[in-house]
Design a protein around this ligand. Structure first.
Ligand code: AMP
Length: 293
């Protein structure tokens, strides 16, 4: 692949072309194609790097909006973390550059788009599909945790699907590189574990909790602690008020796995490597990590 890079956020748009000289990208290096979507801070376009013909997704963020929302620091951290991760289930960030008004992120293109939309379309996933995604995410999170990166914001909106149907974690906006236990409030309430809702110290096991919430949502179509009022969601999370509705029908093996992940005491949550050996995963997940429909 022609675009292989390590970005250094302190420098201006530093990107390496594999084995060659350091490359400083500009907009002229790309042919811009169709819009892929719109985010809070800008737009995402399909693009082709002219020299290599490599297809990428170019995310264009407006500096003014980033400044207004005071998220420059968060973006810097996201770029720094994501550009150093290499895993088939983590969206690559090849590099970045900027001009006076905009910041451009050169991202791996996820041809099948947002997982969130798929889930809306299907309402809920089959056990085979859910298990395949959960196993892929567990592998990606094991990789992240091995590099002392905690994601802290695993939810359907942050997941994309690649051309082969493989899942890609796409948003590292709330992730941290850490050796210590953290004590900051972040993420969306529905996916937050008790220790983050209560703002006590937390560590990599927050991602096990979120993966449990996600597994539930894949199988039931709604997150487990959903409630009309924020305060009720808060209470349900803190009390781990976990209920399995009769419909859709979900196997007891799947419920067993979810119950072992959604545990209040973070030290008691099923470790991710053990999750991969759980009978529900072993029996349902496609070993290739690809859901073929
Ligand atoms: P975001 O600003 O990250 O929320 O992106 C806005 C929308 O653009 C997303 O909801 C996706 O539909 C689309 N998108 C973002 N990144 C990619 C990508 N790497 N590949 C394909 N589509 C993307």
């Amino acid at each position: 692949m022609a675009i292989a890079s390590d970005t250094q956020p302190q420098e201006k748009a530093s990107t390496e072309v594999s084995g060659e000289e350091k490359k400083r990208w500009t907009l002229n290096d790309f042919d811009i194609g169709k819009p892929l979507g719109r985010g809070k801070f800008g737009h995402v376009y399909l693009a082709r790097e002219k020299r290599s013909n490599h297809i990428v997704a170019l995310k264009v963020l407006f500096k003014s909006q980033l400044q207004q929302s005071q998220v420059e620091h968060q973006l810097r951290r996201e770029v720094e973390i994501q550009s150093h991760l290499r895993h088939p289930n983590i969206l690559r960030l090849y590099g970045y550059f900027y001009d006076q008004k905009r910041v451009y992120l050169i991202l791996e293109y996820a041809a099948k788009g947002e997982l969130y939309k798929e889930l809306q379309k299907c309402k809920y996933f089959s056990e085979r599909r859910a298990a395949t995604y959960v196993a892929s995410l567990a592998r990606a999170l094991i990789y992240c945790h091995g590099k002392h990166v905690i994601h802290r914001d695993i939810k359907p909106e942050n997941l994309l699907i690649g051309a082969q149907g493989e899942l890609k974690i796409a948003d590292f906006g709330w992730s941290v590189h850490t050796f210590n236990r953290r004590q900051t409030m972040c993420g969306t309430l529905d996916y937050l574990p008790p220790e983050m809702v209560e703002s006590v110290e937390h560590d990599a096991s927050v991602d096990i909790w979120s993966l449990g919430v996600l597994c539930y949502e894949f199988l039931y179509g709604v997150p487990p602690f959903e409630a009309k009022e924020h305060s009720d969601t808060y209470r349900r999370i803190v009390q781990v008020d976990l209920k399995f509705p009769p419909k859709p029908i979900v196997s007891s093996a799947a419920k067993d796995l979810i119950s072992q992940m959604l545990v209040k005491d973070s030290a008691e949550r099923l470790p991710l490597h053990k999750l991969l050996d759980h009978p529900w995963i072993v029996q349902n997940a496609d070993p290739s990590g690809i859901f073929r429909g």
